[in-house]
Design a protein around this ligand. Structure first.
Ligand SMILES: [Zn+2]
Length: 261
């Protein structure tokens, strides 16, 4: 039986770090991520970067160069209080400004204040958003069924307990998704919390530290494989190498490859 319980390199677990609003403290958080080999995703309201508490607009490309830049609504308005055209405006303006500031196409998002609706999801989808994170903690290690309703494992305040539980679990293919705001570490004087979590996760060779879009793309590639009814032939139509286990053995099917097992 084919099980999709492995990540790139045959790793057994994946971690995503998803931080909102583009606060100035993102720079310090990135320094910690880089020290421990952790990739981060940063959801930015590009219409609010003139505020002192946010990163400077002209430094966006530099600060986030090794990490994912993602959308969060142009002005952080709650999507569940907006009309369809207002939601479209909030997302479109954010995507276009983030492209202008970073030179990168953005396909990820988190909902402002975690608030979403079927209407917001439909608009996001129509604008090419591949995933969008809520603030509803699961608090388990499951993969989102629908990436436009991506419920994270937990807020960063609970990340240490979650990381210990995650690393102790023997179930393959699990995902730990931590969300939060970098400015809270400064406010709560608990930077050492995220340092300890990153150190533990970064030291585990079985952990794939991915940006949210990398995780989403990888899982979508797993779901796009074409498997014959007897599971003897697999075709990978995607551009991404996919890892899985069959009969307990870890196997890789390369991008665009067809294999017989
Ligand atoms: Zn926010």
């Amino acid at each position: 039986m084919i099980l999709f319980n492995r990540y790139p390199g045959g790793k057994r677990r994946a971690v995503t770090m998803s931080f909102d609003d583009g606060y100035r403290e993102d720079e310090k958080l990135i320094e910690i991520f880089d020290r421990f080999g952790i990739r981060g995703t940063f959801h930015i309201n590009s219409g609010l970067l003139h505020r002192d508490i946010r990163v400077d607009a002209d430094e966006v490309a530099k600060i986030y160069k090794n990490h994912e830049i993602s959308a969060h609504g142009f002005t952080h308005a709650n999507f569940d209080e907006l009309s369809e055209s207002e939601i479209r405006d909030e997302i479109e303006k954010d995507l276009s400004e983030l492209l202008h500031l970073s030179g990168r196409e953005v396909h990820g998002m988190s909902y402002p204040n975690g608030k979403t609706s079927d209407k917001a999801v439909a608009v996001a989808k129509s604008l090419g958003i591949a995933y969008s994170r809520t603030t509803v903690s699961t608090p388990d290690f499951s993969i989102p069924e629908d990436f436009l309703y991506w419920h994270p494992t937990c807020h960063h305040l609970r990340s240490e307990e979650a990381a210990e539980r995650f690393l102790a679990s023997q179930v393959g293919g699990e995902l730990l998704c931590i969300w939060g705001h970098s400015t809270e570490f400064e406010r709560d004087k608990n930077w050492e919390l995220i340092e300890r979590v990153c150190e533990k996760l970064g030291a585990c060779e079985d952990v794939w530290s991915a940006t949210c879009i990398e995780l989403c793309d990888y899982v979508c590639a797993c779901r796009a494989l074409r498997i014959s009814p007897d599971e003897k032939m697999i075709e990978n139509p995607t551009d991404i190498d996919v890892w899985f286990t069959v009969g307990g053995k870890t196997t890789c099917i390369k991008a665009k490859e067809t294999i017989h097992i």
